[in-house]
Design a protein around this ligand. Structure first.
Ligand SMILES: [Mg+2]
Length: 414
């Protein structure tokens, strides 16, 4: 018989606020909120520490509301790059215990320690060691769920916070979780929850006990999978960390048929390239924070410049804005351009940015994901950025890009 997997899910408590406190210990015993701009009317609380929570400060509160609840609230602006560094340092500790580490968002990871646990005692020992080490070495706390499946490891890490370990075993998981609401497990969104509620399914236990034929009929494979997950039949593997960091950069370039004389003319080409790069990043489930632009002028000199953003992305509009900003600085329109090349590096797994609490780009992200799906069905060219429509330069550029893609479709090392 196959042995049960041993999976941990580690979740940093109040990640952003905890990083700010670790960075600046003088505020650590005060109520702290990471917020948008204080001067802006729409500045909101993006994250808060445990003390601010006790005052009733909530994520999404407008700053002045939060200050009403908690007059001494220390408001700090977010430092995304620093959070990413903390995230990487924490992950490096996890990787000492197994090579099967799968990040989920910037502050959560699954670890499969089935094969390595024997070197470190038992699973609870590993969980407690991680909890202590991260507190001592990084200065933030984690909650750990220990279980036999990804679903229940994740649920476990939510059950006791902060700085805690929860064990959900094949023996105890029903008793401990079946009274919990459906929304407690990963994969149940508001929509499916409402539909399940209509069948009188409100708790995990209700779902586990329900007639599987009806679930299959009404919800298809998604429903079946959810029901299996709550029944403890969940074979999903923790993705090996090696699988997620291979590509170093994703780029694309083109030689235009006619020289580009103005920045305005260049915009459609930049959009075209960024759109294509972003699509490839999303297909690889990657996002990047450094944008590099190289331009070849008609005197055959190359000029180049890079810039690193505070946050990684795979959204074409953001890459475009960044590239345009670089070009503003880089090219003075004295010599017309022959070629343009854009690449994105400093790559990380998409999850790192996608599940960001401050995902202010959500609408744009949803739009671009939808475009990906339509293109998968009807071909890449069925949707083009408006700026590139009916543009002679782009139409000719498109042909050239295809040629170049064949010759040079590498995710190049810059
Ligand atoms: Mg967290």
């Amino acid at each position: 018989m196959q042995t049960k997997k041993i999976i941990l899910h580690c979740d940093v408590n109040n990640f952003y606020a905890s990083c700010e406190c670790a960075l600046n210990p003088s505020i650590k015993d005060q109520p702290v909120a990471v917020t948008g701009e204080v001067t802006k009317r729409n500045g909101i609380v993006l994250a808060k520490n445990e003390i601010a929570k006790q005052f009733g400060v909530k994520t999404g509160d407008v700053i002045f509301e939060a200050k009403k609840k908690c007059p001494n609230l220390v408001c700090v602006r977010p430092h995304h790059k620093i959070y990413e560094k903390y995230s990487r340092r924490i992950r490096a500790i996890y990787e000492e215990y197994t090579d099967k580490v799968e990040p989920f968002g910037i502050d959560e990871c699954w670890l499969d320690i089935t094969d390595t646990v024997k070197f470190f005692g038992d699973a609870i020992n590993v969980a407690n060691t991680l909890r202590k080490r991260i507190k001592e070495e990084i200065g933030v706390t984690i909650s750990v769920g220990v279980s036999f499946s990804k679903t229940f490891a994740k649920l476990g890490s939510d059950m006791k916070k902060p700085d805690a370990v929860t064990i959900l075993s094949p023996e105890n998981f029903k008793q401990k979780t079946y009274g919990m609401p459906l929304g407690s497990i990963i994969g149940v969104g508001k929509k499916i929850e409402a539909k399940l509620n209509k069948l009188n399914i409100f708790t995990l236990g209700d779902l586990a006990d329900y007639d599987e034929n009806i679930i299959k009929h009404k919800f298809g494979v998604v429903g079946q999978k959810l029901q299996n997950n709550v029944r403890g039949i969940d074979d999903d593997d923790v993705q090996n960390v090696e699988d997620t960091h291979i590509v170093k950069s994703v780029g694309n370039g083109t030689t235009t048929l006619v020289d580009v004389k103005t920045k305005k003319e260049l915009r459609s080409v930049v959009m075209f390239l960024c759109d294509e790069i972003a699509t490839r990043l999303r297909a690889k489930r990657l996002s990047g924070s450094t944008v590099s632009v190289s331009l070849r002028q008609n005197n055959l000199t190359w000029i180049s410049k890079s810039h690193t953003m505070t946050k990684s992305t795979n959204i074409s509009k953001i890459l475009y804005n960044e590239a345009i900003m670089i070009i503003e600085d880089l090219w003075n329109e004295v010599y017309p351009l022959r070629s343009i090349r854009i690449s994105v590096s400093n790559l990380d797994s998409e999850n790192m940015s996608q599940l960001d609490l401050f995902d202010t780009d959500r609408n744009r992200r949803t739009l671009e994901n939808t475009i990906d799906k339509i293109r998968q069905k009807y071909g890449y060219d069925c949707i083009k950025p408006l700026i590139s429509q009916n543009d002679k330069l782009i139409n000719s550029t498109a042909l050239r890009i295809e040629e170049q893609e064949n010759a040079d479709n590498n995710d190049d090392l810059l």
